[in-house]
Write a protein that binds this ligand. Structure first.
Ligand SMILES: [Fe+2]
Ligand SMILES: [Fe+2]
Length: 263
């Protein structure tokens, strides 16, 4: 099974590129599954119901989110009703959304998708270890192919989750920092890992936002709206090949530069 997982879609540039490229990527890369983190799709914060529907219709199998999941509160409706999107499994039990999902894949198999939030330099959330243990218990033997999006600030926070899950899931892939890391590997137990796949958005930016605005606010404390940047749009992620037992065979960084007309 070949999966492409793409990091945080940021604003219109990331969302539009993803929407336009989904079918092309599926074909070009012979993908069995395409999973995307979309927590920053709606002008940099959250995801709208319309964007969700259009992304799924364009050929995305499942969507993960992160700390910005409820910034567009209308999405709560989708989170309660759709099995194509998950909330972080260590969010409060009563918050809208499911803790894991299983989606069919193009090779006739299925893929479980789980999202977790880290706890270092992040707002307080429930224990990610207990949350993933619970999710894996519930998934049981419904599928051997399991992808975990670890959405966290600190590399160590991501590594400890990756090591904890080695041999129990197919891949633990990081998001949230919007900057790709060069540490893609397969752990001894057969789990693919990368600290962060980077964002899908404009790289002439400060993590997807306008350089001047972010610099001004950082230097002077003057509050400004951090406009989404538009130049040098790239889709970034990781391609993971998984065997029939659910063990990762390879993980490769993925990056595609999008021509200007898409931004
Ligand atoms: Fe993000
Ligand atoms: Fe985030």
């Amino acid at each position: 099974m070949r999966i492409l997982f793409l990091g945080d879609l940021v604003g219109k540039p990331g969302y539009t590129a993803m929407h336009q490229q989904a079918q092309i990527l599926r074909k070009e890369l012979s993908l069995d599954a395409l999973v995307v983190n979309a927590e920053n799709a709606a002008d940099g914060s959250g995801l709208t119901n319309r964007q969700f529907r259009r992304l799924i219709d364009s050929g995305i199998d499942a969507i993960t989110m992160g700390d910005h999941i409820y910034r567009q509160w209308e999405l709560a409706k989708t989170l309660r009703s759709s099995d194509k999107i998950v909330k972080p499994a260590n969010f409060p039990a009563d918050s809208p959304g499911r803790c894991w999902t299983i989606v069919p894949t193009s090779d006739g198999g299925s893929l479980a998708v789980v999202s977790l939030l880290g706890r270092v330099f992040m707002r307080p959330v429930d224990c990610p270890f207990q949350a993933i243990d619970r999710a894996l218990d519930e998934i049981g033997d419904q599928t051997q192919h399991i992808l975990v999006d670890i959405h966290a600030e600190a590399t160590s926070d991501k590594q400890v989750i990756g090591r904890y899950l080695d041999g129990r899931v197919s891949a633990v892939i990081g998001t949230h920092t919007h900057v790709p890391t060069a540490d893609g590997c397969i752990f001894p137990g057969g789990t693919a890992f990368q600290c962060d796949v980077g964002m899908s958005g404009a790289y002439e930016s400060i993590i997807g936002r306008d350089i001047e605005r972010v610099t001004l606010t950082t230097r002077t404390a003057e509050p400004t709206h951090f406009n989404v940047a538009t130049r040098d749009v790239r889709l970034c992620g990781a391609i993971v090949d998984i065997d029939s037992e659910g063990q990762a065979i390879s993980i490769e960084r993925f990056e595609k530069r999008i021509k200007k007309s898409h931004s």
